[in-house]
Design a protein. Structure first.
Length: 444
């Protein structure tokens, strides 16, 4: 779609307006990723095909199909001279994938129990689905307009996701246990939990922590759209952000609070002084309203951080370090194979520690490189994004860092919604850099 030269160079004067895609809504990654997000967030996370576990979830199978679609497109596509030569996000993920394959090969050549072999096979399928998400998101978004459309859809789904969790919180019913999908089996993991006398909602997630992690990644996107996507009315912009923020707090999750704090800090730094003051006032008013409207909630949230010495979950995580060190010493470079350290051995509740055990020093370094690559490409792309569009880059960076922090508090790779959303966000960081390179803004 052609546009006048002054339309691009004048983005700093008016907010970015969404235009129809020149590639058509049926052929670009925005539509495909939208389908994945519906499958991921709408279908209960514990539903899967047969004995495939998380790798057999409809969203995971669709993501595998996305990987095949990406491969087919790469064979047919011609190079675009305007795109950056170094696709750092993609390169970092490929490095991580190589480490996973090496660890898988080493596990296959070892004398390991059959249950570990099956777990390694399922983990390899999950890696394929993660690859499909990241690569399609990184390479398939054709324009700024289509990126904003996808962020809008993601926020809309997050609003429905949050609303279901709030219904669970206030009504005390899971609701999702009544959903029966032909061909899919339920592990009966999902539902609701109790902490401090409050219901810990999970919506369609396997666990409240997974639910909270997804919300922590969605909230920066929702807030940024509410502030800068002015094509819609005030309520249509701010209700999603409000519901997602409320649901994240009501998840009664320590990890969610930390993830929200990290994401909020990234956004806070990117705002100017006037917006920061307004954000502080709104945050203070929200905390005050919660204190009076939901008695006991503030005390419960505070106790999660002040009572860590007696918290059994904290003690379990600390005790895992010594056990992990023993396994790392056996295979320090490439680990024992992704997925082979089964929950029956020990629940680590720390994805980074699990990666160190299963993929070794090279694997954990490569995964951290993915996060670093996402941050670096966003930082560089914001220089040519224009003042308004640069805020979407900050939102994506906040989402990735918020999600990455929460991974330190649970075995995220076992939870398809949280991990799938994370790799979509990382891929969108690469897409953000690409669309900024295709449509640079000249700032006087």
């Amino acid at each position: 779609m052609s546009r006048p030269a002054n339309q691009v160079s004048g983005v700093h004067k008016a907010h970015w307006r969404v235009q129809p895609s020149r590639h058509g809504v049926l052929t670009d990654a925005t539509t495909v990723l939208s389908v994945y997000l519906v499958l991921s967030l709408a279908i209960p996370s514990d539903r899967s095909v047969g004995a495939m576990g998380a790798a057999g979830a409809p969203s995971a199978l669709f993501a595998l199909a996305m990987l095949l679609w990406w491969c087919w497109h790469q064979i047919r596509a011609t190079s675009n001279a305007k795109l950056p030569r170094s696709q750092w996000v993609r390169m970092a993920f490929v490095a991580f994938g190589i480490c996973v394959l090496v660890s898988y090969a080493m596990a296959s050549l070892s004398a390991i129990p059959g249950v570990e072999v099956s777990a390694a096979d399922r983990a390899l399928l999950r890696m394929g689905s993660f690859a499909g998400l990241l690569l399609v998101a990184n390479d398939g978004i054709p324009s700024r307009e289509r990126l904003i459309v996808l962020l809008r859809r993601l926020t809309f789904l997050g609003t429905l996701y949050s609303a279901l969790g709030l219904m669970q919180f206030f009504l005390g019913h899971a609701f999702v246990d009544r959903i029966n999908i032909p061909g899919l089996q339920s592990s009966n993991i999902g539902g609701i939990d109790i902490r401090g006398g409050f219901v810990r909602a999970a919506a369609t997630a396997m666990h409240p922590l997974e639910y909270a992690t997804v919300l922590a990644m969605l909230l920066p996107i929702a807030i940024t759209l509410a502030m800068y996507d002015r094509d819609r009315g005030f309520l249509l912009r701010w209700i999603p952000a409000g519901l997602i923020a409320l649901a994240a707090v009501m998840s009664v999750s320590r990890s969610a609070m930390i993830g929200l704090a990290v994401g909020g800090l990234v956004l806070f730094v990117s705002w100017d002084a006037a917006v920061r003051r307004i954000a502080l006032i709104v945050g203070l008013c929200g905390a005050t309203a919660m204190y009076f409207l939901i008695p006991g909630m503030a005390g419960t949230l505070l106790s999660m951080f002040t009572g860590t010495t007696t918290d059994p979950s904290i003690g379990s995580r600390v005790d895992s370090y010594g056990i992990a060190a023993e396994f790392v010493e056996q295979r320090p470079l490439f680990g024992r194979g992704l997925g082979t350290f089964l929950p029956a051995y020990r629940i680590i509740d720390n994805q980074y520690l699990a990666l160190l055990i299963e993929t070794g020093a090279f694997g954990i370094a490569a995964f951290l490189a993915i996060v670093l690559a996402a941050v670096v490409v966003i930082s560089k792309a914001r220089l040519t994004a224009g003042p308004d569009f640069s805020h979407y880059g900050s939102a994506l960076m906040a989402a990735v860092l918020g999600g990455a922090v929460t991974f330190a508090f649970f075995d995220a790779f076992s939870f398809p919604q949280a991990c799938g959303t994370f790799f979509v966000m990382v891929g969108l960081c690469g897409a953000y850099r690409n669309v900024c390179a295709l449509e640079p803004v000249k700032i006087p």
